[in-house]
Design a protein around this ligand. Structure first.
Ligand SMILES: [Mn+2]
Length: 445
């Protein structure tokens, strides 16, 4: 059995508002599908954030349909779960459209069953847990959920309730696992602890963390390898292919290579044969994270000019200027210097100060905020649309943590509701006590 594991395609994204970036994101997905088909995989997994937004443009839908059709023509099923970027609370999502066209098979807890050559459903109450099947192999999955939806009040993992590991089965999730989130933006905003993941699966096909991360089963004590392929394209500066720092000396680092080995920022996906994962690197447009430090405008300009020969044409360059310059600098003076470098895109970030600021050391988030504040920030760090989606459950979650002041809070909401009709709706929802699909699945015997 051989399959491809692809995650975080973010199709439709036009990074830096540049049309060429839209095409880059499409082409890297096309390449990964072409390689998978050429390798003769039995099926393909898309571990969430296939689209960058839940309502993709007609162009992005068209490109998705065209590329997914390559697999359909070869009778290779594509199994998918929704990520935080492309999930929706509407009854019909873009995933439903693709599923209706026979291009993907979605997995998870659903209101209606799916029964096909590649999908089976288990009924509980009025809802269904849909999983994939290929031969005697099973693929389980769940769309993205926030930590407060995944972990019950007494700290128990609902994921462990829903999914029991079994031989010849894969678990597909779009969540950040704390142990693998180190050095990523999710380090302090993880969704699950490693111990909250159910054991017993032969492979964990994860998405959400945009850096490639592997946790081999021999090292974790888990039955199967836990893998994040990372995003297919470079979605932010931390995923740069090259790092250039010019302080006292010019330092160059290729982050996709470490001697003969792959570097931490190599991009691509996995092909997994008999549960042995192999990373397939895909070359993407070079992306430079450049920092230049100097204490005069002339020094900054001279150092910048020296870097030119080390930066490939048609690449992306994000330049940070640092140092202390009397009167500061304005980036408009620096933009023309890169005009003839032949770059596809570049921008400046000005961190030059006009006076010396003394900082002893980096202050950690933990020293500044309490654990509750950090958890709250991580909940609020989602896009506003998601916050509104399950506002009632979120408020419930929030109020529980303010237990002593709970009555006071309710009163406050009620007072507001007399004035604003919008607040009244919120208050009603709080009283109703929301039951999510996860809880509904767990509670029904
Ligand atoms: Mn993503």
């Amino acid at each position: 059995m051989k399959f491809a594991h692809i995650a975080d395609v973010h199709l439709g994204r036009e990074q830096f508002q540049q049309p060429f970036r839209y095409r880059d994101y499409v082409e890297v997905f096309r390449k990964s599908m072409e390689i998978s088909i050429r390798e003769g995989v039995d099926f393909i997994l898309l571990s969430g954030d296939f689209f960058h937004v839940s309502k993709p443009s007609p162009k992005a839908i068209r490109d998705a349909v065209e590329i997914l059709s390559l697999a359909k023509k070869k009778d290779i099923p594509v199994f998918a779960i929704e990520g935080n970027h492309d999930k929706t609370i509407r009854d019909t999502s873009i995933y439903d459209l693709l599923e209706h066209l026979g291009l993907i098979y979605t997995l998870g807890i659903k209101k209606s069953p799916r029964e096909s050559e590649f999908q089976k459903s288990m009924k509980k109450g009025s809802i269904y847990l849909v999983h994939g099947t290929v031969g005697d192999l099973k693929i389980y999955g769940l769309r993205h959920h926030s930590r407060w939806q995944l972990i019950s009040k007494d700290g128990l993992s609902k994921i462990k309730h829903i999914f029991r590991g079994e031989k010849n089965a894969i678990l597909m999730l779009h969540q950040a696992i704390d142990y693998l989130a180190e050095g990523t933006p999710y380090q302090n905003a993880f969704d699950l602890k490693l111990s909250e993941l159910p054991d017993g699966f032969e492979y964990y096909a994860l998405g959400h963390i945009h850096m490639r991360k592997e946790l081999e089963h021999g090292k974790s004590g888990f039955s199967g390898d836990i893998i994040y392929p990372g995003s297919l394209e470079r979605t932010e500066i931390r995923e740069a292919s090259h790092r250039i720092i010019y302080d006292k000396r010019l330092k160059l680092e290729n982050l996709t290579r470490r001697e003969e080995e792959l570097g931490p920022n190599a991009k691509g996906f996995y092909i997994v044969e008999d549960f042995e994962p192999q990373f397939i690197e895909i070359e993407t447009r070079p992306f430079y994270n450049i920092t230049v430090r100097g204490n005069s405008k002339e020094e900054l300009k001279r150092k910048l000019a020296d870097i030119r020969d080390y930066v490939e044409r048609d690449s992306i360059a994000l330049v940070t200027l640092e140092g202390t310059v009397r009167g500061g600098v304005h980036v408009s003076e620096f933009y023309p210097l890169l005009d003839d470098w032949g770059l596809a895109y570049y921008s400046f970030n000005n961190r030059v100060t006009s006076e010396a600021v003394l900082i002893d050391r980096e202050i950690k988030e933990e020293e500044f905020f309490t654990a509750f504040e950090r958890e709250l920030f991580s909940q609020l760090a989602v896009e506003p649309k998601e916050f509104l989606k399950e506002l009632d459950s979120f408020l419930e979650w929030l109020l529980e943590r303010y237990e002593p002041k709970r009555e006071e809070k309710r009163e406050m909401i009620e007072v507001q509701s007399k004035k604003a009709p919008k607040a009244q709706k919120v208050e009603k929802n709080v009283k109703k006590k929301a039951v999510g699909k996860l809880d509904a699945w767990i509670k029904v015997k």
